[in-house]
Design a binder for this molecule. Structure first.
Ligand code: SF4
Ligand code: SF4
Ligand code: SF4
Length: 251
């Protein structure tokens, strides 16, 4: 039997999502009967660059080299999967106001620093993406579900409920009752509400849930005293620079 060729790639990122994939190690070893991974910079010396049946791409394309690599991977791959919030939404780099990026770079690296970065946008702003694994980092069970669906030639359907549902299932007291902000109502579930379950607010890393009511969230943030911070809070993961909203083809 010919094994499926899977490539795992990273652009600009923290590699946290790839580490999550590595955490699937026992399951990955079982998959070795049907899957070959000729290229995975984090885990092995590369052998061949395609063609790939499936390419998993982590990270934000935010340099000319990143974009060139993403296009090359797309050309060589039947299915491209954006892995994690960096690839899905543009991630933390996309939360920066592009007009201020040069100023921040000079402040951090000095006046003479010549940056090669471009505006941070989701992967889908540069190439066609077939499927997405959401989150920062990705949830292991969600990653396994999506990968298995793709291997079985099924269309992985993302959760259609908000983080709040998973939060209430865990009987957490709602942060809004303490006048603390939380993006759970407008954020897609699938992460087991890990942040509010540990007393932390949801920042929306899974991306917006279908039919998210941003207007109501804005009003509630103002009501509890975050009037001047609504854009920053709500845009932490959903304000890709250039106004690009990722097209999730699985929805
Ligand atoms: S989505 Fe989060 S964990 Fe994954 S690579 Fe980006 S910053 Fe790291
Ligand atoms: S804490 Fe956040 S996720 Fe939990 S119920 Fe309240 S708003 Fe929803
Ligand atoms: S609770 Fe919110 S910020 Fe935390 S992992 Fe889930 S979606 Fe991401």
């Amino acid at each position: 039997m010919n094994k499926l060729q899977v490539g795992i790639f990273d652009l600009t990122d923290c590699e946290g999502c790839e580490l999550q994939i590595l955490n699937l190690k026992d399951k990955l070893l079982k998959l070795a009967e049907i899957v070959d991974i000729p290229i995975w910079r984090l885990a092995k010396t590369p052998t061949d660059f395609g063609p790939f049946d499936i390419a998993l791409i982590e990270g934000t394309p935010m340099s000319k080299d990143d974009i060139k690599l993403a296009k090359k991977i797309r050309e060589k791959s039947k299915i491209v999967v954006a892995v994690g919030a960096c690839a899905h939404l543009g991630g933390i780099p996309a939360a920066v106001d592009e007009k201020k990026r040069d100023k921040f770079l000079k402040e951090v690296y000095g006046e003479n620093y010549k940056s090669t970065s471009v505006a941070a946008k989701p992967l889908s702003a540069h190439i066609h993406v077939n499927h997405f694994i959401h989150g920062c980092p990705i949830d292991l069970d969600e990653a396994e579900r999506v990968i298995v669906d793709i291997l079985m030639d099924k269309n992985p359907i993302p959760p259609s409920h908000p983080v709040c549902l998973e939060c209430k299932e865990r009987e957490n007291p709602c942060l809004f009752l303490k006048n603390e902000p939380c993006q759970g109502p407008i954020t897609e579930g699938g992460c087991k509400a890990v942040c509010p379950s540990n007393g932390l607010r949801c920042w929306g890393c899974q991306g917006p849930v279908k039919n998210a009511n941003f207007g109501a969230m804005g009003k509630n943030l103002k009501r509890i005293g975050y009037k001047d911070q609504t854009e920053n809070i709500m845009g932490a993961f959903t304000k890709p620079s250039g106004g690009v909203i990722p097209t999730d083809t699985t929805k």
